[in-house]
Design a protein around this ligand. Sequence first.
Ligand code: AMP
Length: 182
Amino acid sequence: MLSVGLFCSAVEGLSPSFRTAANIFGSECARRGWRLVYGGGRRGLMGEAARAAMAAGGKVIGVMPHFLAAPEVANHDITELRMVDTLAQRKEVMCTLSDAFVCLPGGVGTLDELLEMITMFDLQLHRKPTFLCSIDKFWEPLRALLDTFEAKGVLRPSLQDSYQIVPDVPSVMAALGALPAR
Ligand code: AMP
């Protein structure tokens, strides 16, 4: 069973295109029998994806630091909710439990998580790819930043292998489906 780590916004009331993407991503993972690993909250796109995956009969593991259980509303209606102490532990557990990572739109938390995953790939601490799902071109500013860094010569060429920016959920599903069996 493929296990997919999801990083995305915990903010409520985002645009319908973001919420729809999270919903379809969750249900499509479940339909394919893929396990969803995410931050364990009910709020924002995180909650949306988890609810959709559970409603479609999928397996969902949440990884939540104790201090976020109240503000981000810990989701006990999932297959398993693992409580940890720190954000660093959350990232470590999510990384261990996942075969690949998907980023939907999100803020600084999502950015921190995705940069850690691609940085660790670049340093060969894992070999798990990250797919940035660029709904409404959300990740274009990050692409521009990384392109600038590349032009200035500060990136190792191997970083290119760590991530891929794709336009929508069907492209993410296709990319995940094409991964070699783990
Ligand atoms: P955000 O993308 O900011 O909505 O955050 C997504 C998830 O990451 C939420 O569970 C946030 O609480 C968490 N988060 C927020 N800031 C950070 C950070 N600096 N490092 C790691 N996770 C964070």
